[in-house]
Design a binder for this molecule. Structure first.
Ligand code: 5GP
Ligand code: ZN
Length: 116
């Protein structure tokens, strides 16, 4: 049995409301939102991190970015007055707590910089 949390969410083994999905990627709201919009975009295939994505077909990596931006658009964040942050925490010092690639899409308020 695959005990990866996001593999289990992507396959439906753990019931989570998906706000968007296609054959390759799923998107769902973060359980601990840090902004009014806080969505995770996750590949259905297990990849450990952004570093692993960089080893994949660049077209697949491009589709991942496109999916994340499409989700941001569905949340209204592509409005010229809005905006959002695309974050892929990578590795221990990067603050990655789930070892399955995910993009955080954060928005809905003015976001501070730099991150902690
Ligand atoms: P990371 O810390 O790896 O960058 O991001 C992992 C994110 O997954 C965290 O923001 C955390 O709140 C979220 N998360 C952890 N477990 C679950 C869960 O079971 N369901 C959902 N929707 N989000 C989760
Ligand atoms: Zn996984």
């Amino acid at each position: 049995m695959n005990d990866c949390l996001f593999c289990r969410i992507a396959t439906g083994a753990i019931s989570t409301k998906l706000i968007w999905s296609n054959e390759e990627f799923v998107a769902f709201r973060d359980i601990d939102p840090r902004a009014p919009v806080h969505v995770l975009v996750v590949p259905r295939r297990h990849l450990d991190s952004l570093a692993a994505l960089a080893e994949e077909d660049p077209a697949y990596a491009g589709r991942f970015v496109r999916a994340a931006v499409a989700v941001a658009g569905r949340e209204g964040l592509l409005d010229p007055e809005r905006g959002f942050r695309f974050v892929a925490n990578t590795g221990p010092e990067g603050g990655q707590s789930v070892a399955h690639l995910h993009a955080h899409i954060l928005g809905g308020r003015a976001l501070a910089w730099p991150p902690g």
